[in-house]
Design a protein around this ligand. Structure first.
Ligand code: ADP
Ligand code: MG
Length: 310
């Protein structure tokens, strides 16, 4: 079940929230949709869910256009809104039966509600009021309502925001499991989450898509293509020694024996460094190249991209 977003523009009065947004999510992908606050993530997600209409552009979910087939799209989609609004005075099972009655009229809802409580781990809490649940369990209720009608696409708006580290991992695992058989778009501020579960990463800033690639390729985005090497010697070398290695841009002594070396472009200086150490009769105790993390790329792209439309 694919999602094709084509040249979406959305304004709120004078405020441009989305500006010419185009991307495709392929069937079965888990996509991380990331961007700073106010970038337009929630607006885009609501438009995909046909809950909000764009000024121009189109969204097609499995070929179905949201402008003409919004009900059809809603049946195929599960949506967990930001801040997960729930009826806090309802009991867990009661609430899920209520949702099932809306989404699955005429079906034996009890079975599906039991099934869904099993999938989301809600059985132990089923007789509690939603308002009395921990935030992690409330997110499970949110996910349960989103998947009750067995949608093929899941749109999850910051599903792990505000959870403690254990709850984050529980919910992340649940999303990862659900992602085995669904197409998922997930917005989050947690970069490790994207690295852990997303196949593709889309970065949005000030209403524009600024990166869209497979997670494994995203490290090469951004303005700086430099790499960082941290090397630990048994004794400090004369720092002039580094001048003889091609590609070295900057050298910094972190602590006795340990040096941080910034290199330009794709030059890998590790072999050169090793040879030079041998020549100078120095022992290398450790040597590692720091990979550029999604977090570095995110900061670089979103802080440098100054095409403000706000
Ligand atoms: P994100 O989810 O990435 O934080 P949003 O989609 O919520 O971003 O918001 C994008 C921009 O649109 C922001 O500048 C926000 O203030 C504005 N915005 C969002 N919803 C509304 C609304 N209902 N009315 C007016 N402005 C809005
Ligand atoms: Mg948002």
């Amino acid at each position: 079940m694919s999602i094709v977003v084509d040249r979406i523009r959305k304004t709120y009065g004078a405020q441009v929230a989305l500006d010419d947004v185009t991307f495709t999510v392929n069937s079965g992908e888990i996509v991380g949709f990331i961007g700073p606050n106010g970038a337009g993530k929630s607006t885009m997600m609501k438009i995909i869910c046909a809950l909000l209409f764009p000024d121009s552009g189109s969204v097609r979910v499995n070929g179905c256009d949201s402008a003409t087939g919004s009900l059809k799209i809603k049946k195929k989609l599960g949506y967990l809104p930001e801040n997960n609004p729930l009826y806090t005075d309802m009991y867990v099972e009661e609430y899920l039966r209520h949702v099932a009655a809306i989404y699955l009229p005429g079906r034996t809802q009890g079975n599906r509600v039991r099934e869904i409580m099993g999938i989301t781990g809600l059985f132990p809490e089923k007789n509690k009021k939603i308002g009395a649940l921990s935030k992690g369990y409330r997110q499970r209720v949110g996910l349960a309502q989103a998947i009750i009608h067995e949608p093929e696409v899941l749109i999850l708006d910051e599903p792990t925001s505000g959870l403690d580290p254990n709850q984050i991992i529980d919910i992340r695992n649940l999303i990862s499991d659900l992602g085995n058989e669904k197409t998922v778009i997930l917005s989050t501020h947690i970069m490790q989450e994207v690295e852990a579960i997303c196949k593709r990463v889309i970065i949005i800033n000030k209403g524009k898509i600024i990166a869209n690639d497979l997670a494994e390729n995203i490290g090469s985005y951004g303005i700086s293509s430099s790499h960082t090497i941290v090397v630990e010697f048994s004794q400090d070398p004369d720092h002039k020694m580094f001048d003889n290695i091609r590609g070295v841009e900057q050298v910094k002594n972190l602590k006795p024996g340990t040096w941080l070396i910034q290199t330009s472009g794709d030059t890998d200086i590790r072999a050169g460094l090793f040879n030079l150490a041998v020549k100078h009769e120095l022992v290398i105790l450790s040597l590692h190249r720091k990979e550029r993390k999604l977090e570095d790329v995110f900061r670089e792209l979103t802080l440098s991209n100054d095409t403000s439309i706000n």
